[in-house]
Ligand binder design. Structure first.
Ligand SMILES: [Zn+2]
Length: 248
């Protein structure tokens, strides 16, 4: 079945922009795109998306003065700085509009679709805010431990059942953090309290040298995605190094 995203710049124009999301959802769409989000506060766009239960699939970089006929500035050597600023702004907005783990649309199937063909180590994949917004360093470690996946495994090589387990583990880790009102060293993006006690309940994060809660093997620390990363070397099997080809 083909899937269609409603373009809210061109459709439902009888409504003001922020009301077009609900109109699209009522017409049966589950994904939307539009030309530009820049004229509206990103929180309002985000709220409209979430309330309508829609997924954002596309918008464009700032294109210059659109009303004056400009249709992009990437080819103008005099506007490199403006272009670069535009990319940063667009990435920030994309992260805010990205899929979050508590969205009903964050399913095992969605995670598998994002992961398909990717050689990125799974921890870097989880931390990539453009793909899944809101999973920080602590939660990535805790989720990977729960799902028994080594953080350096290429995400595209992880079996279907394990990716389904990872989806559940991400949600469980975030729920555990929220139940504990966050950690005082929390890096979850939303401020679920700076007085939290989640750090006392970490299963693996910051537990270097202490026994794994499942198998009692000492937890080790390594680097993944440029971040301090904690794993149980027994529960989370390291990916096998690619065998060097023997010469003749
Ligand atoms: Zn273990």
């Amino acid at each position: 079945m083909p899937r269609f995203a409603a373009n809210l710049t061109m459709l439902f124009t009888e409504h003001p922009f922020l009301e077009r999301f609900a109109a699209a959802a009522q017409s049966g769409f589950d994904q939307v795109e539009f030309l530009f989000p820049y004229e509206h506060p990103v929180d309002e766009v985000r709220a409209a998306l979430r309330e309508a239960g829609l997924e954002q699939v596309l918008f464009n970089l700032p294109a210059g003065d659109f009303a004056a006929g400009q249709r992009g500035i990437a080819n103008d050597p005099a506007r490199v700085a403006e272009f670069r600023d535009g990319v940063e702004r667009a990435l920030e907005i994309a992260a805010r509009l990205g899929l979050e783990p508590f969205d009903p649309s964050f399913t095992g199937g969605h995670l598998r679709a994002l992961a398909r063909g990717s050689r990125a180590p799974v921890k870097a994949f989880l931390l990539d805010q453009k793909r899944i917004a809101g999973v920080g360093n602590i939660y990535a470690d805790e989720a990977l431990f729960r799902a028994r996946i080594h953080p350096l495994r290429p995400v595209g090589s992880i079996a279907r059942a394990q990716l389904d387990a990872l989806r559940d583990a991400v949600v469980e880790a975030l729920e555990a953090g929220i139940a504990a009102k966050g950690a005082t060293i929390d890096d979850f993006r939303d401020p679920y309290g700076v007085q939290g006690s989640f750090q006392d309940q970490f299963l693996v994060h910051l537990r270097e040298g202490r026994p794994c809660s499942r198998c009692a093997t000492p937890v080790i620390k390594l680097r993944a995605a440029g971040r301090g990363t904690y794993v149980c070397p027994r529960c989370q099997k390291a990916p096998r190094p690619r065998r060097a080809r023997r010469g003749p």
